[in-house]
Write a protein that binds this ligand. Sequence first.
Ligand SMILES: NC(=O)c1ccc[n+]([C@@H]2O[C@H](COP(=O)([O-])OP(=O)(O)OC[C@H]3O[C@@H](n4cnc5c(N)ncnc54)[C@H](OP(=O)(O)O)[C@@H]3O)[C@@H](O)[C@H]2O)c1
Length: 323
Amino acid sequence: MLTFILCTCQLLSWMSTHVELSNGIKMPVLGLGTWLSKPEEVEDAVRNAIDVGYRLIDTAACYGNEAEIGKVLKEYFEEGKLKREDIFITTKLWCTHLHPNEIEAELRESLKKLQLDYVDLYLVHMPTAFSSDMSAQDHSVKVEDTWKGVEEAYKKGLARSIGVSNFSADQIHRIQKIASVPIHNNQVELHLYFPQFELQEVCNQYKISLTAYAPLGSPGRVNFNLVNWEKSPNPLENDVVLKLAQKYHKTPAQILLRHLIQRKIAVIPKSVNASRIKENFEVFDFSLTVEEINELNSVPRGKRLFKQEFLIGHPEDPMKDER
Ligand SMILES: NC(=O)c1ccc[n+]([C@@H]2O[C@H](COP(=O)([O-])OP(=O)(O)OC[C@H]3O[C@@H](n4cnc5c(N)ncnc54)[C@H](OP(=O)(O)O)[C@@H]3O)[C@@H](O)[C@H]2O)c1
């Protein structure tokens, strides 16, 4: 009886901290985002995150910080503070290398920087191919072509799971139709004002796990000055969020993250600040009620923040129907 109770408790605590991908791989439901984390900041951010319990780091070839993340991982492995199998590393293939025959080399390049033999999740960052210097759109590659190359890398064991990011529902259907390895994860903009309920249904249909980028509404995006960001309301200041923060003695960020985790969506909040990194991880010691989840789900929707206007005119522009 005692063993049964202990096993049930273990299962319940595991269920709240991980999601299971369709190939059986367990992915932490909360990780550290690193977009706009400068190389000189990211090392300490990753150290702080691992020290407080994070077991997922999200990076990308185009973030320019894989080497610094790899340096910290090596340090932790060598010091015996962490085993490779205890940490989940996600990286992404940038749009300059979407031809199927370029993908393995590009993933190997990321692995070299990360000083790893494999990543836990490899995502196609965008569905739209570009020339190697990003100066021109390349209309010759379809998402199905790219997926074939990603599947090959998976079959060689270079990635334990594979997925997509910034793809439309239609592109997901197209890939699933031709895939020999299905999509394991889909990473998209998703937060209080952009809840992606319809896309979540499509993903559920295929047992594709969903990861929310910008889960706090990406307040730091304005530092990326290649984009002319539209002004939009800040989810961290929403009245329902503030009310629940007061009720649970939690911060608005913790309410926003908890809400998405209870919607069974993985979250990867970015921070380079030690106290905010810790704060964002302290979301497993309370639960919102069904009524509160419904109240948060009913907050009026806002506009997409990441409009990716550089994709306009591309046949694989995932947002062409909403422009
Ligand atoms: N696949 C894609 O195309 C894509 C696109 C965007 C992002 N992503 C991934 O998703 C991650 C998260 O998205 P994001 O970085 O855009 O947005 P986010 O995680 O919603 O917000 C990060 C911003 O919020 C601040 N912040 C962090 N914790 C906070 C807290 N507790 N209270 C108040 N402010 C807080 C951070 O500043 P400090 O650092 O100063 O704390 C940073 O400016 C990225 O880092 C990246 O890994 C993927």
